[in-house]
Design a protein around this ligand. Sequence first.
Ligand SMILES: Nc1ncnc2c1ncn2[C@@H]1O[C@H](COP(=O)(O)OP(=O)(O)OP(=O)(O)O)[C@@H](O)[C@H]1O
Ligand SMILES: [Mg+2]
Length: 396
Amino acid sequence: MTLEEIISSRKLLICVGSGGVGKTTTSAAIALHAALSGRRTLVLTIDPARRLATALGLSQLDNEERRVPPEHLQKAGLPADAELYAAMLDTGRSLDALLSRVAKDEALQKRISENNIYKQLSHAIAGSQEYVAMERLYDIMEEGRYELVVLDTPPTKNALDFLTAPNRLVSFLDETVVQWFLKQAESNGLGGFIIQKSGNLVFKLLGVLTGGDFIKDLIDFFQAFKYLYIGFRDRADKVNKLLREEDTVFFLITSPEANVLDEAAFFHDKLLEFGMPLKALVVNRAYQIIKDCPLCSEDVETLMRQDTIRQISSQSGADEKLMKSTLEKLLNLRRVAKQFNENTRKNIDSLKNRLHKAEFMACIPLFSEEVYDLEGLARMNSYLFTSSAGECKATV
Ligand SMILES: Nc1ncnc2c1ncn2[C@@H]1O[C@H](COP(=O)(O)OP(=O)(O)OP(=O)(O)O)[C@@H](O)[C@H]1O
Ligand SMILES: [Mg+2]
C-alpha cells in the first residue's frame, strides 16, 4: 500500500506527534499534494502558525477558510487551479459558540450565557475550549465542502486534550453531581427544592460561604441547562464518532531521536486505547542526504591522497595546506552524517517493531534549510509520495 492509496479514500487526516517534529509542515505538504491531485483540500491548524501562512502565500491565518492564491501556486511552478484552502481552528472561543448552536431559543441562550455559574464553567470544564475547536471541525466535515481535510494538531499532550475533549465533556455531563442537579431541576424546579430543604446544612453553608447570588445563579443555571443537556451530549458524541470513522485516518509524525520515538510510542498506544485509526508513521528529518554536500559527489578519499592534492594544487594554484584541511573538514562532515544515519536507522528499525499498528512508514530527510515555501512542501512530497517511500531508505 502507498501513502497515496491510504489518503485517496479518506476525508479526514489528522497529524499528531511531539513538539517540533514537523506536524504543521507535513500537514501542509500532504494537503498540497491532495490539492494537486485534484481534490478540494483544506489544511486546518490549531497553532497560530505564521510560517505556514507565509508558505501558502496567505497574509493571515485565522478562523476564516482562505484559498491559496492561484498566482502563488503558479509562481512555484504548480498548477494554478489546485484548490487548496487553509484556516486556523480558534481555541480562544468558549462554550458560547456551542451554546448558540444548541440553544435555539435566543432568550434561553442569553439567560445561560449571562449566568455567573455558566461563565465560570465554560472556562473550567476540562477541555471546553479544545472541545469547541473540535466542534468546528465537525461542522466543516458535515458541510462537506472539502474532499479532504488535513488537521494539524498541537504537540502530544495538548493533542491528547483535543482528542479526548468530547469524551471529557460527555463524562462531565454524566457525572453524578450534574445529573443530580438536573434531576432536581426537572422535578418541581431546583428553586423549590432548595427552598424546601433550606434546612439542609450543605446549602446553608453554601449560602454563607458564597452569598445569596451564588445559590440563585446555581438554581437558574441548572433550570436552563436541563434543556441543553441532550444537545451538548449529542454533539459531543458525534465529534467522538467522527474521530473513529472509516473515512478518518491518523498519521503519527516523529523525528528519529530516541526520546522523541519514546513519545511516539506513547502516542501510538494512546491512539490504540482510544480506538482511533492510526495508519501511517512519518519519520521526519530521518537522515541526512550525504550526496548533497559540496564535493561529495567526488571520491573524497581519492582527493585526500597527497599526490592528488599536489597535482590539483599545482594546476590550480590553490594552497596545498588549505586544500587538505578543507577536505579533512568535508570528510569529517561526511563521517558525522554517516554516524547520524546509522544511529537513526537503528532507532527507526526498533520503532517499526514497537509501533506495529501503523501499516505504513515513510521517511523524510533533513533538508539543508527550513521548509518555508511551496517548493519546500513539494520537496517533502517527493519523498512521501514515491513508490519507494515505504522503504524508508537513508542515502548513505
Ligand atoms: N525535513 C525537514 N528538514 C528541515 N527542516 C524541517 C524539516 N521538517 C520541518 N522542518 C522545519 O522545522 C521547523 C518545525 O516544523 P513544524 O513547525 O512543522 O513542526 P511542528 O511539529 O508543527 O511544531 P510544533 O509542535 O511547535 O507545532 C520548521 O521551521 C520547519 O520548516
Ligand atoms: Mg505545529
